[in-house]
Design a protein around this ligand. Structure first.
Ligand code: PGA
Length: 251
């Protein structure tokens, strides 16, 4: 890996009440060193406040799992970047495959959301990845190219390195079927080359994570690949010991 600080994000999805978040953080924060990988917790909206408060004097940062691109408006059930900033949130996951699949999130919407997050001062964690049929049909490169080009189209080259990208093959999410380190490296190197086509400085600096069934026992090997800068962790991030072990494996 070049001079990029590793990055570990916990995607809690629709898990943990505020009390459960408090219990997790009481254990987890004791195990996070001040120097080492960057660590970001992404709780559901309802636990953002308590997570921001408890992480305040720690190196751990907090991100949401979605946002609307408008600052405000008649969008029932949505939350905007200024609202997240108001809570002290640092970033936001955008384009997770579960949102693309179950909530019809499109590349067109992401092309608006990613620059809106950056413009507001939130760090976007943009997720991309192919499904099983696309991988079996040898279409991984085509899918990743389309997603990266479309979703980042309106991000200026000078700000590309501020985006964090997570390569999450859909067939590996929540299935226990992790991509091999070689598959993760190959896809992430491709993503880096797509960034390089726009800006070589951004390609050197941008963090690209792997996500999909990352566990304490496979994290080190995945993250040691030259282009893999960290992990976006779902299931294993719900347990403070498991997520702490993954952070330690990355350090
Ligand atoms: P998983 O989820 O680690 O449970 O596979 C990863 C993700 O969806 O971000």
């Amino acid at each position: 890996m070049a001079d990029r600080t590793s990055y570990l994000a916990a995607n809690w999805k629709m898990h943990k009440t505020t009390e459960e978040a408090e219990r997790f953080l009481a254990e987890f924060l004791l195990r996070v060193a001040n120097s080492g990988p960057e660590v970001v917790i992404c709780p559901p909206f309802t636990s953002l406040n308590v997570t921001v408060e408890l992480c305040f004097q720690s190196p751990v940062r907090v991100a949401a799992q979605n946002m609307h691109e408008a600052e405000q408006g008649a969008f029932t059930g949505e939350v905007s970047a200024p609202m997240l900033l108001d809570l002290g949130v640092d970033g936001v996951i955008l384009g997770h495959s579960e949102r693309r699949q179950h909530f019809a999130e499109t590349d067109e919407a992401l092309a608006r959301k990613v620059p809106a997050a950056l413009g507001a001062g939130l760090e976007p964690i943009l997720c991309v990845g192919e499904n099983e049929a696309q991988r079996d049909g040898d279409r991984t490169e085509e899918v990743l190219t389309r997603q990266i080009q479309a979703d980042l189209a309106d991000v200026p080259d000078a700000r590309l390195s501020e985006v964090v990208i997570a390569y999450e093959p859909i067939w590996a999410i929540g299935t226990g079927r992790t991509a091999t380190p070689e598959q993760a490296q190959e896809a992430i190197a491709l993503i880096r080359s797509l960034i390089d086509a726009r800006s070589d400085t951004a390609a050197t600096a941008i963090r690209i994570l792997y996500g999909g069934s990352v566990k304490p026992d496979n994290a080190a090997e995945l993250i040691s690949q030259p282009d893999v800068d960290g992990a976006l962790v779902g299931g294993a991030s719900l347990d403070p010991d498991d997520f702490a072990a993954i952070v330690e494996a990355a350090g």
